[in-house]
Design a protein around this ligand. Structure first.
Ligand code: HGA
Length: 609
């Protein structure tokens, strides 16, 4: 989603801002812009499309100055046009960039219009800059004028603002959208996430809800939601230099698919011994594991699919009822909370707006405790949850989530086993068996990746397809959902997933020779049932793509395009068998020539509702 970068330095900030925007590209956006202040005034460039288009403008007409703000926009209010791209201005001197949605923008726009303000864009953002301008008419202090204006805003925002006769400071604020401060040497920065600033600093302060910050070259002053000055801890980011580098790979997505053995090992590290889950991985107080009687999982998108797999594990291993719900639904309904229910959220970024809102709602309800399974230690979700299990996947840049998903599954399996064990639902022998299996996960994924070439070949058959149907049973049904989501996200093929048993209740009507049906057929107790479902498809001329192990004896079945997958313990099947589907969607997207890492209309960290 939208990305913000702001900088104040003793050197020209143009390059810093443009590099920051490039580093935010992974979040998904449709246009970008920069405003830079100097003695002459504020000048801006804005461009639709890639950041490169903005860089081209800088090439043609360089801007320079020692303070500036920059933005990648993912349009929510108003089309992705140059006119709607940020920064937005009030008068000639006051500039703003904004991430979020101002919910009462209509009302504010009408009020401002009656006071003579002329709007140049269709964005909700423009009301903020005019409100600040209006405050400046009676409040000469820039910082105070921003604080005053924020009081009128409803909704979510992170903003950075500059005023040209105040070039010694920029003002930024956050409420509902992420913002970090980067601390440099005689230069300081703000950005939507720390990745945007790793080229200039490794020291960060994470702003809290309601914070307003004044950033000068020499320091940073943070005011909390009560307008009290706060010292917040400085975190040193121990980043992996490779995180924003594609290495030998053509796309981040492929790099991240191939990182899975390594990051799953990192996710398991310190969480399991030879034959047990180490319950202190949830923090000092793991008493919830014994006391939990129900689990509510709330998440969005791919994380929601991970939650759906976990439901099978939690009910099967721990014999506890578990519900899984998308956060945007959960947050707006009346929820009945049974006694001793664990509230479990899943989010790669930990900044997903709906998931955060769901957590805040849950904290008002009578839950046992809240646990976040998340990839970003400094995220709002982690900071606001009582307990955390980090997935340790490292920075995920590709919009289509891959390694974040398989590490979430790994963390969820750890959680399910820990609960089952502490509740006495799992014998020590069974726990040892499961944990032993988990130790072989990285090696299994390595093995699964060896099918890359075969899957690439299969993908060529999808070049002219417009639809696809994924089928799965049991915990492989959410994996079918995830396979369909991956395919639609990056190749724009309309894809749906069904529990295989639902086929004849509707989707069978779609099956003809143009409809590819993709099915992962693990060698488990559902094999024979699934084989019957596949017969139903074959009988209607559907093109069947089957991913199964040798023993499933489907390699020579009529009308079947067979890809062999590894035979693994049943509990690991969802984690291992999603890999061929990730590879399939990747190669189909490459065949179709789409933008794999930044698919159209999508954003990585969904920080707006
Ligand atoms: N509402 C603003 C900013 C959108 C945003 O934050 N997207 O992530 C706009 O539409 O310009």
């Amino acid at each position: 989603m939208c990305g913000i970068v702001g900088a104040i330095a003793q050197r020209n900030v143009a390059k810093i801002l443009l590099e920051g925007l490039s580093r935010l590209e992974y979040r998904g956006y449709d246009s970008s812009g920069v405003a830079i202040n100097n003695e002459v005034g504020v000048r801006a460039h804005r461009a639709v499309g890639k950041v490169q288009a903005l860089k081209d403008k800088f090439e043609a007409t360089p801007l320079d100055g020692k303070i500036g703000i920059a933005h990648t926009r993912w349009a929510t209010h108003g089309k992705p046009t140059e006119n709607n791209a940020h920064p937005h201005f009030s008068g000639d001197d006051l500039a703003i960039v904004h991430n979020g949605i101002i919910e009462n923008h209509d009302k504010l726009r009408n009020q401002l219009k009656t006071q003579g303000y002329v709007f140049k864009s269709e964005t909700d953002t423009e009301v903020i800059v005019h409100l600040i301008h209006q405050e400046l008419q009676s409040e000469p202090d820039f910082l105070q004028a921003v604080k005053n204006a924020l009081k009128y805003l409803e909704g979510a925002f992170a903003i950075a603002v500059t005023l040209n006769d105040q070039n010694h400071r920029l003002v930024a604020a956050r409420k509902g959208s992420p913002l970090v401060v980067g601390i440099g040497i005689e230069e300081n920065f703000v950005a939507s996430d720390q990745l945007a600033l790793l080229h200039v600093t490794d020291q960060f302060v994470f702003l809290e809800e309601g914070d307003v910050v004044e950033v000068t070259r020499d320091g940073v002053t943070i005011f909390d939601s009560q307008d009290v000055i706060q010292e917040r801890p400085v975190h040193v980011f121990n980043h992996n230099v490779d995180a924003t580098d594609k290495g030998e790979f053509r796309h981040y997505m492929m790099k991240e698919i191939y990182e899975q053995p390594k990051v799953i090992a990192a996710c398991l590290e310190g969480r399991i011994s030879e034959n047990k889950v180490l319950t202190d991985c949830f923090g000092a107080d793991s008493s919830f594991l014994k006391n939990v009687e129900n689990v509510h999982i709330v998440a969005c998108g791919t994380s929601y699919h991970a939650g759906m797999v976990a439901k099978y594990w939690i009910e099967d291993l721990a014999n506890l009822p578990c519900t899984v719900e998308v956060a945007s639904e959960y947050r707006y309904r009346k929820v009945a909370v049974p006694k001793n229910t664990l509230f479990l959220t899943l989010s790669q970024s930990g900044e997903t707006a709906d998931t955060l809102a769901a957590l805040r709602k849950a904290k008002e309800l009578d839950y046992l405790t809240s646990l976040a399974i998340c990839n970003v230690p400094s995220s709002t979700l982690v900071r606001e949850s009582a307990l955390t299990l980090l997935t340790n996947a490292g920075a995920e840049i590709g919009v289509a989530s891959t390694k974040a998903f398989t590490t979430q599954l790994t963390a969820l399996l750890i959680t399910a086993i820990a609960i089952a064990s502490e509740k006495g639902a799992l014998s020590a022998i069974k726990e040892a068996e499961l944990v032993n299996s988990m130790h072989s996960l990285p090696a299994h994924i390595d093995e699964a990746l060896k099918q890359d070439v075969a899957i690439k070949k299969v993908s060529e058959r999808f070049a002219n397809k417009h639809n696809a149907l994924f089928l799965g049973r049991g915990p492989m049904f959410p994996i079918a959902l995830e396979g369909a989501l991956k395919l639609k996200e990056i190749s724009y093929i309309h894809a749906e997933a069904y529990p295989a048993g639902e086929l004849k209740h509707g989707p069978l009507a779609l099956v003809d020779e143009d409809m590819p049906i993709i099915s992962i057929v693990p060698h488990n107790s559902m094999l024979d049932k699934l084989k019957s479902n596949l017969q139903e498809v074959a009988a209607r001329g559907g093109e069947l793509y089957v991913f199964a192990d040798k023993d499933a004896e489907l390699q020579n079945a009529e009308g079947v395009i067979f890809t062999e997958v590894l035979k693994v313990d049943e509990i690991l099947e969802p984690i291992v068998h999603v890999v061929p589907l990730q590879l399939l969607s990747y190669h189909v997207a490459v065949v179709k020539g789409t933008d794999v890492d930044q698919p159209r209309n999508l954003a990585k960290s969904v920080t707006v509702e």
